[in-house]
Design a protein around this ligand. Structure first.
Ligand code: A2P
Length: 306
C-alpha cells in the first residue's frame, strides 16, 4: 500500500490562511471527566485539533484536559487548534458577545482558533454572525465559521456577511456525503468538517467498509477516517478510550486506492441522521428545530467542582 504523505499534524489552509489540522478529537457526549481525560490523552498522542461546544456541557473538562495535555506533552497553547460553538440559546448579537467570554473562561483560554455558530437558529443567525465578525475583528478568534448550515441558510448568511465562513461543520460519513453542500463550499472556498464521521455505528458495520478494512489490515473506523482525509474533509472522531483515540490517529501509513474511494463514495444514501432525536436535535432540513438547553450534563464553570 502506498505510504501517505500526510500525518496527524498535517493542516489545511482555511480561506483566511489560518492553518487547521485535518484530524482532531471530538467530545460530544463525553462528560466533564471523560472529556478531560480524552483531551489530555489525545494531545499526548499527537492530536492538535480539539472540538467542543457549549452545548456539550463539557468545556470546563476540555479546558482541564488542554492544561494537563500541554504539560504532559511539553507543548504551548499555540501548538493547539481549539474550536467551540455558540450555544443555540445564546444566539443574537449582544448575547453571543456576552457569552463568548464564558466559553473562553471554561476552556481556560484567552483566544479561540475557531468559533462556530452551532445551528442556524431562525431569525438569530445573521445577528450571531455579526457578533462572530466582531470577535474576529477584535482578534479574540483566529477564524469563524458555521455548523449545520444548508444551502438555503448559507445563501441567506452570505447576503449579509462581510466575512465568508471559513468552515461549515456538518454531519458527514460514508452514508451521508452531503454532496450539494460540499460543491457549494468548494465554490466559496469554505472548508467542510465532519461531525460524527463514524456515522453512529451504522457505517462501522457496513459490509463494503468491512471488506475494504480487511484488505488494508485496518479497522472500519480507520478506513472511514482515511476516506475523510482523501475526500478533503476535516474529521473529528469522538472517543473517550485511549486505545481508540490512538487507533483513529493511526491512518497515515496507508492510502486508499481510487477504486476503494469510489466503492465508499457509492455508499451514499444522503439521509441526515435522526438518531439525535433523543436530545431533540434534528436534521438541518427541519427548520426551527434546535434545543436551547445545555446538552445532557449541566455545564459548570469549574472542572474541580464536579
Ligand atoms: P467511545 O467514545 O466509547 O470510544 P462519531 O465521532 O462518529 O460520533 O463516533 C463516535 C462513536 O464511535 C462513539 O460511540 C465512540 O465510542 C465510537 N468510536 C470511536 N472510535 C472508534 C473506533 N475506532 N472503533 C469503534 N468505535 C469507535
Amino acid at each position: 500500500m502506498a505510504k501517505s504523505s500526510l500525518n496527524l499534524q498535517s493542516t489545511v489552509a482555511l480561506n483566511n490562511e489560518v492553518q487547521m489540522p485535518r484530524e482532531g478529537l471530538g467530545v460530544w457526549k463525553a462528560n466533564l471527566h471523560q472529556a478531560s481525560d480524552a483531551v489530555k490523552d489525545a494531545i499526548v498522542d499527537g492530536y492538535r485539533l480539539i472540538d467542543t461546544a457549549k452545548q456539550y456541557g463539557n468545556e470546563a473538562g476540555v479546558g482541564n484536559g488542554i492544561k494537563e495535555g500541554l504539560e504532559a506533552a511539553g507543548l504551548k497553547r499555540e501548538d493547539l487548534f481549539i474550536t467551540t460553538k455558540v450555544f443555540n440559546g445564546d444566539q443574537g448579537y449582544d448575547s453571543t458577545l456576552a457569552n463568548f467570554q464564558g466559553s473562553l473562561d471554561r476552556l481556560g483560554l484567552d483566544y479561540l482558533d475557531l468559533y462556530l455558530i452551532h445551528w442556524p437558529v431562525d431569525n438569530k443567525y445573521i445577528e450571531t454572525w455579526r457578533a462572530l465578525e466582531k470577535l474576529y475583528a477584535d482578534g479574540k478568534v483566529r477564524s469563524i465559521g458555521v455548523s449545520n448550515f444548508d444551502v438555503e441558510t448559507m445563501d441567506d448568511l452570505l447576503q449579509h456577511a462581510n466575512v465568508t465562513p471559513a468552515v461549515n461543520q456538518i454531519e458527514f460519513n460514508p452514508l451521508i456525503q452531503q454532496e450539494e453542500m460540499r460543491e457549494y463550499a468548494d465554490k466559496i472556498n469554505m472548508q467542510i468538517e465532519a461531525w460524527s464521521p463514524l456515522g453512529g455505528g451504522e457505517a462501522l458495520s457496513n459490509q463494503t467498509i468491512l471488506d475494504i478494512a480487511k484488505k488494508y489490515n485496518k479497522s472500519a473506523a480507520q478506513i472511514i477516517l482515511r476516506w475523510d482525509l482523501q475526500s478533503n474533509v476535516i474529521t473529528i472522531p469522538k472517543s473517550v478510550h485511549d486505545n481508540r483515540i490512538k487507533q483513529n490517529a493511526d491512518i497515515y501509513d496507508f492510502e486508499l486506492s481510487s477504486d476503494d474511494i469510489s466503492a465508499i463514495n457509492a455508499l451514499n444514501k444522503n439521509q441526515p441522521s435522526l438518531v439525535y432525536d433523543d436530545f431533540a436535535w434534528h436534521t438541518p432540513h427541519k427548520k426551527n428545530a434546535y434545543v436551547d438547553e445545555v446538552d445532557i450534563w449541566p455545564d459548570t464553570n469549574d472542572f474541580n467542582e464536579k
